[in-house]
Design a protein around this ligand. Structure first.
Ligand code: KIV
Length: 291
């Protein structure tokens, strides 16, 4: 009887019980923000990739990636826009709902699109609550350092796990004037420490000079997840399309990324063959036809 009572309580308040009980969706083994935070102490690297749709998320999730990030980079790689500024909350929710529904193992993190993280704590809480209510995502990401600490603290206080994002902040592109490698030490260290203190469970470090990323990584006790920030971070994140060569033109990999496949070529070759076969009457063959 007592156990049933505790069990029922644990279903509602899992943090009260050291032993995790199954949650309502039955995904007991799914990674959570506390588990990712613990990676640093365990000496385990965090592996993250962006993703924006259901089938891709299903594939990535089955490979053992730790974090699926629905980045506002969807403005660049899915929508073909020059910046991330035009991405809307509705668009982010549309993509996140698909990705989070696909994920059984990875933690799904959703980017807070411009300007919802810049409008103060109340707006950020309202926006993130919508994200958590309308998708199965487990956390949000917010760009900025010491200037976002109060907002991050309010989100965490409201029960919303936050992945920080310091260094190059693409949402500030109009102010900074371009995508530059970040080398300014003191501000960066202030930023990562403020974001950690505010309660972020991990911090993305974008486009930092490698030694600076190492210093920033040593300055905090939560994992740092680098993109274009060298090998000393506690984990790495890359953009799906860059890793797979799924780009409008066939191009060499970006400096910070490594291209592990050439989907541009795979897709072009397959579609050229299909086009030839339709034009030459090879497809559909008898086996593709209903008799
Ligand atoms: O939007 C995004 O994809 C990101 C990653 C580059 C970290 O923020």
């Amino acid at each position: 009887m007592f156990w049933r009572g505790v069990n029922a309580l644990c279903f509602r308040l899992p943090c009260l019980c050291a032993q995790q009980v199954p949650c309502y969706n039955g995904r007991m083994s799914q990674l959570t923000s506390p588990k990712i935070r613990a990676f640093k102490k365990e000496g385990r690297k965090v592996v993250a990739l962006t993703v924006y749709d259901y089938p891709s998320a299903k594939i990535l999730d089955s490979t053992g990636v730790d974090i699926l990030l629905v980045g506002d980079s969807l403005g660049n790689v899915v929508q073909g826009k020059p910046t991330t500024l035009s991405v809307t909350l509705d668009q982010v929710i549309y993509h996140s709902e698909m990705v989070a529904r696909a994920a059984q193992n990875a933690l799904v993190v959703v980017d807070l699109p411009f300007p919802h993280g810049q409008l103060g704590a109340d707006e950020a809480i309202r926006t993130c609550a919508r994200i958590l209510k309308e998708t199965l995502a487990g956390a949000v990401k917010i760009e900025g350092g010491a200037n976002r600490a109060a907002t991050i603290a309010s989100l965490v206080e409201a029960g919303i796990p936050v992945l920080g994002h310091c260094g190059l902040c693409p949402q500030e592109i109009r102010q900074t004037g371009g995508y530059f490698v970040q080398r300014e030490r003191e501000q960066l260290i202030r930023d990562v420490q403020a974001v950690e203190q505010a309660g972020a469970f991990a911090i993305v470090l974008e486009c930092l000079e490698a030694e600076l990323a190492k210093e920033a990584t040593q300055a905090v006790s939560v994992p740092t997840i680098g993109i274009g920030s060298g090998p000393h971070c506690d984990g790495q994140v890359l953009v799906f399309h860059d890793v797979l060569g799924y780009t409008p033109e066939r191009a060499p990999a970006l400096k910070h990324a490594k291209q592990y496949a050439d989907l541009h070529m795979v897709i072009s070759d397959a579609v050229r063959t299909y086009t030839d076969e339709v034009r030459n009457g090879v497809f559909p063959a008898k086996e593709h036809s209903f008799q």
